[in-house]
Design a protein around this ligand. Structure first.
Ligand code: CDP
Ligand code: MG
Length: 714
C-alpha cells in the first residue's frame, strides 16, 4: 500500500474571514487561481467552449471533482455566450449544491454573490439584473417555465447532475427539448419573415400558446436566441442522454482519480451508527493524516453521530482529541454548510458527516477516508395505496462507487464499506429514476399548466408508470384542479402557480373562500418545514412540558398555529423596543426556552412571507377567522379530505380512501386522545405506518364539504 507523507496533506491554515487583511485577501485570491488552474478541466477549456459553439446540445461527462459545475459556466461566460444579453443557467437537484457552488464561483470571480453570479431556490432568490451565471434548483427552472415558456432570458442552460435522475431533472429534460426546438423554429421563421417582408420593423411578440402535444408553437419574435443545452453527468454512461437528444454529441472530461482501497466487514453489521463510530475512531487513531467523509441517511442520524463522536472524544487522552466534526445536509443553514469547505487547523482531522449530497453534488477537498454504511434515504411510492414515503434503502453499486471515489481525489485513499463483500454483489447496478418511484401529482399539474395536456404521451426520457399518472390525475380531479374532460381548471392553474404541493396550494385557495387564509398561510408554512419541535433525548420531559403550553386538543395543525402566533407576538413586541437584529436574537432565545427549533421556525417565517406575497399577487383575500377555530377545522377538512382516517374498534385507524391501517405518530398531540375521525398530512413508514400532523374532525363535515368523494361512500 502506498504510504502518504504528511506533507501531501499539509494544511493551509488561512481561512476566508470577514476581518481578513488585504494580504490575506490577495493570498487567498492567488490560491484560488492556483486551484482553478490545477483542475483537470482547465486543460480542456478552449476545446469545451468550441464544442459548445459547434453543438446546440452537448453531453459532458466527467468524474466528480473535475471542475464541471464551477468552471464550465465561467468558461462559457468568457467565451462570449452571454454577449447578446442572454444568461447562463445551471440547474442542480439540491438546494445546498446551488448555494455552495454559487458562493464558490462568486468568490472565484471576485464579485459579491447576487451580482454577476447568483442563485435561486424555492423561497429564496439571490440574483439581480446583473446576474449572468445563475445556479438554481431544477424545480425552480420548471416554475420559471410557467411564466416564460421559452425561457427566453437564457442563452445557455446546463442541467447538472443529470445522472441523479430526479423527477424534476427528467421533466426538465423533456421540456428543454421542446423549448430548444421552438426557439430554433422562431429564429428560422423570423429570418424568413425578414426575407419576405424586409420593411417589417419589429416582429410581433411571441404568442405563448402550447399545443396539446406539448410542442411550443412557433413564434415570430426575434428576441429569442438559440438555446444551447448542456447535460452534465458524473456517471460514465452518456448513452441514455445522447439517444434522448437525437444522438447528441457527448464528450468526456478526464478526472483525476487515485487508487482507493476498499474494505468490507467480515460479518453483517446490525447497528450501523455504532459500526460507523468504531470505524471513524479506528481511522482517527490508527491512520495517517487526511479527512474522513461519512455517508449517513439524514439530519437526525447526522446529529446523533455527531453527539456520540463528541462523547467518545471526551473519553480519549487530550492528545487524541484533535478531531473536528462538520455536518452537511440540505436543511442546514448556509453559513454552516460553507464550513465544510474550510481547511481544518494544523494538526486537526475533519470528519464530515454528510447525506448523499456529498456523493457527487458537492466536492469537499481533503478527503482521504470514506466510511460508507451503504444506506440512503429515498422516496418510494406505492401507487396502489397512493402513499409517498421516504424510507431508508440500500445504495446501488453506482452509488457505492461514487462514494468510494470521493477518497481518491487528491491522493490514494481508503473506503470502508460497512457491509460484506458478498452483499455488494447483490446491490442493483444503478438507482431507479425518481420519476418511477414517487407521487406524480405535482409534475402532472405542472405539465398541464405548461400546456402539455396529454401527460401520458409526453416525451419523457423514461416513461413513468401509467398507473401513477392515472392516480395523480384522479387526485387532481378530486382536488378540482382538472375537469372531467381532463383539462386544467382555473383553480388548477392557480394551484400550479404556487410553489407548493398541490394539496397545500388547494388549501390556500379553499381557505380564502372560508375566510381563514391568514391562518392557513401559517399552517402551510409550518407544515412545509421539518421538525419544529426540538426534543433532545436528555431533556425529553422538559420538552414535553414546553409543548403542552402550545398544544391544542384539536390537533397538530392548531398547535402549529399556536406556536407560530406565540413566536410572532413575542417578536413583534420585542421589535417595538429593540432593533430588528436584537429582536431576532431574542426570538432565538425564546425558541430555545420553549424547545422550538429556531432554524425551522425561521424557515417557516420566510416561507410564510413568500407565500403571502404569492397569494396577494394572485388576488386571494387574506382574512382571518380570528378565534373561530371550528371554522378553521372545517376548512382543514375541506382542504385535506384526501387524507382522512377513521378509528377502528381496536384503536388503530383506517385510511378512508386506501383502506390502509395506520396509527397516530407518538409526536402528535392526538397520540393519546385518539378521536373518532381525523385528517392528516403525512404518512411515514417505520416498523408501523404512522400518520403525522393530525387534526380531529367530524366525519359529517367530509360528507358536506367533499361530497364528490364521501357522499358516494355511504
Ligand atoms: O462539478 P465537479 O464535480 O466536476 O467539480 P466542481 O464542483 O466544479 O468542483 C471543483 C473543485 O472546486 C473541487 O474539487 C473543490 O476543491 C472546489 N470547490 C470548493 O473548494 N468549494 C466549493 N464550494 C465548491 C468547489
Ligand atoms: Mg458538479
Amino acid at each position: 500500500m502506498p504510504s502518504m507523507s504528511a506533507n501531501n496533506f499539509s494544511r493551509n491554515s488561512h481561512q476566508h474571514h470577514p476581518n481578513q487583511t488585504k494580504g490575506d485577501f490577495f493570498a487567498r485570491k492567488q490560491k484560488i487561481e492556483q486551484q482553478r488552474k490545477n483542475l483537470p478541466i482547465a486543460a480542456v477549456e478552449r476545446r469545451l467552449v468550441e464544442e459548445v459553439r459547434n453543438n446546440d446540445t452537448l453531453i459532458i461527462v466527467g468524474e466528480t471533482g473535475s471542475g464541471k459545475t464551477t468552471q464550465i459556466p465561467q468558461y462559457l461566460f468568457k467565451g462570449g455566450f452571454c454577449r447578446d444579453g442572454g444568461i447562463i443557467g445551471i440547474t442542480q437537484p439540491r438546494r445546498v449544491a446551488a448555494i455552495t457552488v454559487a458562493k464558490r464561483v462568486s468568490e472565484e470571480c471576485g464579485v459579491p454573490l447576487g451580482q454577476k453570479v447568483g442563485y435561486a431556490i424555492r423561497f429564496e432568490d439571490v440574483t439581480s439584473g446583473l446576474t449572468k451565471i445563475k445556479y438554481m434548483t431544477d424545480g425552480l427552472l420548471l416554475r420559471e417555465a410557467l411564466l416564460d415558456p421559452y425561457l427566453s432570458k437564457y442563452s445557455v442552460i446546463i442541467v447538472d447532475e443529470a445522472h441523479e435522475r430526479t423527477i424534476h431533472t427528467d421533466v426538465l429534460l423533456g421540456l428543454l427539448k421542446n423549448v430548444q426546438k421552438a426557439r430554433s423554429k422562431c429564429i428560422s421563421e423570423a429570418v424568413n419573415t425578414d426575407h419576405n417582408n424586409s420593411n417589417n420593423g419589429h416582429a410581433s411578440e411571441g404568442r405563448i400558446d402550447n399545443q396539446n402535444d406539448g410542442i411550443l408553437k412557433p413564434c415570430q419574435a426575434k428576441k429569442y436566441h438559440p438555446l444551447k443545452l448542456i447535460i452534465m453527468s458524473a456517471s460514465l454512461d452518456a448513452r441514455v442522454f445522447s439517444e434522448y437528444f437525437g444522438g447528441a454529441r457527448a464528450v468526456h472530461v478526464q478526472g483525476r482519480q487515485f487508487p482507493v482501497d476498499i474494505f468490507y466487514t467480515h460479518k453483517p453489521e446490525t447497528d450501523c451508527i455504532d459500526a460507523a463510530l468504531i470505524t471513524i475512531f479506528q481511522i482517527h487513531l490508527e491512520e495517517g493524516p487526511g479527512d474522513i467523509l461519512v455517508f449517513l441517511t439524514g439530519q437526525e442520524e447526522i446529529e446523533s453521530v455527531e453527539r456520540l463522536i463528541h462523547e467518545r472524544l471526551r473519553q480519549l487522552p487530550e492528545c487524541n482529541r484533535k478531531l473536528l466534526t462538520f455536518p452537511i445536509y440540505s436543511s442546514l443553514p448556509s453559513e454552516k454548510q460553507m464550513k465544510v469547505f474550510m481547511p481544518s487547523p494544523a494538526g486537526y482531522r475533519k470528519v464530515i458527516l454528510a447525506t448523499n449530497i456529498a456523493e457527487t453534488s458537492v466536492t469537499i477537498p481533503g478527503i482521504k477516508y470514506v466510511v460508507d454504511p451503504g444506506l440512503v434515504k429515498a422516496r418510494t411510492y406505492d401507487p396502489k395505496m397512493g402513499v409517498d414515503s421516504l424510507i431508508i434503502v440500500t445504495t446501488s453499486k453506482a452509488q457505492a462507487l461514487q462514494r468510494s471515489g470521493r477518497a481518491g481525489r487528491e491522493g490514494p485513499g481508503k473506503c470502508y464499506r460497512l457491509y460484506q463483500e458478498s452483499f455488494f454483489e447483490k446491490l442493483t447496478d444503478s438507482t431507479l429514476p425518481e420519476i418511477k418511484r414517487c407521487d406524480l401529482s405535482n409534475v402532472v399539474l405542472q405539465l398541464k399548466a405548461l400546456g402539455i395536456d396529454d401527460v401520458i404521451n409526453f416525451d419523457f426520457i423514461e416513461k413513468p408508470d401509467r398507473t401513477a399518472i392515472v392516480n395523480s390525475l384522479w387526485s387532481l380531479y378530486l382536488l378540482g384542479a382538472v375537469t372531467e374532460e381532463n383539462k386544467l381548471s382555473d383553480v388548477g392553474y392557480q394551484m400550479a402557480k404556487l410553489p407548493l404541493d398541490p394539496v397545500y396550494s388547494k388549501a390556500l385557495i379553499v381557505a380564502s373562500q372560508f375566510g381563514c387564509l391568514k391562518e392557513m398561510l401559517i399552517c402551510v408554512a409550518m407544515l412545509s418545514v421539518e421538525s419544529i419541535f426540538y426534543a433532545p433525548r436528555e431533556k425529553l420531559e422538559e420538552s414535553r412540558n414546553a409543548l403542552k403550553s402550545f398544544a391544542s386538543p384539536d390537533g397538530d395543525h392548531l398547535t402549529l398555529l399556536n406556536v407560530y402566533r406565540a413566536a410572532d407576538e413575542f417578536f413583534q413586541k420585542n421589535k417595538t423596543v429593540n432593533s430588528e437584529e436584537k429582536a431576532e436574537k431574542n426570538l432565538r432565545k425564546w425558541c430555545k426556552d420553549n424547545y422550538i427549533n429556531s432554524r425551522s421556525l425561521k424557515h417557516a417565517r420566510d416561507i410564510h412571507s413568500q407565500i403571502l406575497r404569492n397569494v396577494e399577487q394572485m388576488g386571494l383575500r387574506v382574512t382571518s377567522c380570528e378565534d373561530d377555530m371550528l371554522l378553521f377545522r372545517r376548512c382543514l377538512a375541506a382542504s385535506f379530505f384526501l387524507k382522512a382516517a377513521m378509528k377502528q374498534p381496536d384503536g388503530v385507524y383506517r385510511v378512508t380512501l386506501s383502506g390502509l391501517i395506520v396509527q397516530i405518530h407518538p409526536s402528535s398531540v392526538l397520540f393519546r386522545a385518539k378521536p373518532e375521525c381525523i385528517i392528516f398530512n403525512e404518512l411515514v413508514h417505520t416498523n408501523h405506518s404512522y400518520v403525522r400532523n393530525v387534526s380531529r374532525i367530524d366525519y359529517l363535515w367530509l360528507i358536506e364539504l367533499a361530497p364528490h368523494l364521501y357522499a358516494l361512500q355511504d
